[in-house]
Design a protein around this ligand. Structure first.
Ligand code: HEM
Length: 309
């Protein structure tokens, strides 16, 4: 697929200015020749698209205060395991080593990103969400460059951090989190769901996702999410190792016998048994498992097609 060989699109050179001289001030003494390019990058990439809707963004921001614990749980126990089950994309994170060593820091940075994006003012002028997304787009470009040049990178996996994987990851936030809230018995009005989806669509734009893979409506995003997961979900050593990092993290933050088995139980409940099996999440063994506590059995996605590792 063509979208597996394309990275981020270039920010428009005609966009008006959005200054971010703080970050450039830090970098330019070290790499003076890159100052102009970086200035242009920060000027252009952080400009919100014409279609960004301040009313929906504001409405979406209000959801963080209401559902932050549920959102963080869903990110950890549904979005991430589903992403790690995408075998080709998982090779990138596995090679960056940050999710197999230094897991705690990486996950905290990812939570911080979620908060920066969703917090009030995060997408306003100089907002932390915009700045974080700009920095991550640069980080992704750096990782794409280095990982694609590693000797053991198999071009059949596509370009690292390609358009399809970027879109799939974005939708694992913008679609999987609202779906998960419903499965946690949160009665999320459609207008709130659409506002949340809209915020992530704006972030997708800043991260360089092509408009054709960054749909305007939730239902189209949900269909695209299921299509990408159906294409990409397959067992891999990388996906299993990355998910083990998440399970270890949960055990570290929730130690003790009272929480035994909570990680596998939550992932199986929120991501679904088929997705959990793909990344080797252990079976539910705790007596406080979802089924015995009366939680309905759910799946975050349409059933994934299985592929050889
Ligand atoms: C829209 C989708 C995405 C978002 C919002 C996102 C978000 C982030 C965030 C918040 C970080 C910083 C955390 C850290 O420092 O580790 C990061 C770093 C990174 N991301 Fe993404 N990401 C996305 C898609 C992807 C995809 C599809 C891949 C690869 C398949 C990827 C690979 C990486 C790598 C390799 C790093 C650097 C990790 C390191 O420091 O070693 N990201 N991303």
């Amino acid at each position: 697929m063509q979208t597996r060989n394309i990275g981020s699109r270039r920010p428009s050179p005609n966009s008006p200015s959005l200054s971010n001289r703080g970050a450039i001030g830090l970098i330019s003494p070290i790499f003076p020749s890159t100052q102009q390019g970086l200035q242009q990058y920060f000027d252009h990439s952080g400009v919100l698209p014409d279609w960004a809707d301040p009313a929906r963004i504001e409405r979406g921001h209000l959801l963080l205060g209401r559902y932050q614990p549920q959102m963080v749980t869903l990110l950890l126990c549904s979005s991430l395991p589903l992403c790690y089950g995408c075998a080709d994309g998982a090779q990138v994170l596995y090679r960056s080593k940050r999710l197999t060593s230094g897991v705690y820091r990486r996950l905290m940075e990812t939570f911080q990103f979620l908060v920066d994006v969703l917090d009030s003012g995060g997408l306003g002028p100089g907002g932390r969400g915009v700045r974080s997304a700009q920095k991550i787009r640069l980080l992704h470009a750096t990782m794409r460059y280095h990982i694609s040049r590693q000797d053991d990178w198999d071009p059949q996996w596509g370009l690292p951090i390609n358009q399809e994987d970027l879109a799939g990851t974005l939708l694992s936030f913008s679609v999987i989190i609202p779906r998960g809230l419903t499965s946690l018995s949160v009665d999320l009005p459609a207008a709130d769901r659409d506002a949340f989806f809209h915020i992530w669509r704006v972030i997708g734009h800043i991260l360089g996702i092509d408009a054709t893979l960054n749909p305007a409506e939730f239902d189209d995003g949900a269909a695209l999410c299921d299509t990408i997961l159906g294409r990409q979900q397959a067992p891999s050593t990388a996906g299993t190792a990355l998910t083990k990092g998440v399970l270890d993290f949960i055990q570290e933050v929730l130690p003790g016998p009272a929480f035994a088995g909570v990680g596998p139980t939550l992932i199986r409940h929120l991501a679904g048994a088929a997705a959990a099996d793909i990344v080797d999440v252990p079976p539910q063994t705790s007596p406080s498992s979802a089924s015995s506590s009366g939680l309905p059995s759910t799946s975050a996605t349409a059933p994934p097609a299985t592929r050889s590792p």
